[in-house]
Write a protein that binds this ligand. Sequence first.
Ligand SMILES: [Zn+2]
Length: 195
Amino acid sequence: MRRREELDKAAGIAPRRFQYMNQVHGNDVAVLESATAAPTADAMVSRRLPMAVMVADCIPLVLVGDSGGAGPVLGVVHAGRPGLASGVIPAAVDQLRAAGARNIRAWLGPSICGRCYEVPAELREEVAAVAPSAWSATTWGTPALDLPAGAVSQLESEGVLVEHRGPCTLETETLYSYRRDRNSGRFAGLVWTHE
Ligand SMILES: [Zn+2]
């Protein structure tokens, strides 16, 4: 909690606070008007709330859309393997659009890459059946999933412009990686407006 307060200060949003969610690897999208107890969801959409998604290998995805004079519409998505397979990304994009967003842009934060994320062959089949571009192999030749590639193709097919892709968490020592460290911490993907 103390770290979260420090983060609010560091981002210069205090006395506002980042809104967190209770992430469960599902595809529910919480549409929020005002700050609330953490909703159980893997995506949030709001016009004004500063929002955070916590990750350590899953993709922290930030979405921003314009809505003319009404200001931007913001979104955060926790996009791990189950979320990618169950459509949390298009679900979040739909909710941004429902809130009036146009010209939606996406930033993919650091996540485990398609050369590092080893999975059993059956799992690769299962996910690639819904997100074909996620099919991958590790640098050592075993079945893998490329979550960022899957996410980018889902975003592009929704007409969202992908402006940034972060580095691989497992290969970047300075980033938390659950796969590398198991008892790792998590880091946050953040989005906010200046009031
Ligand atoms: Zn990697």
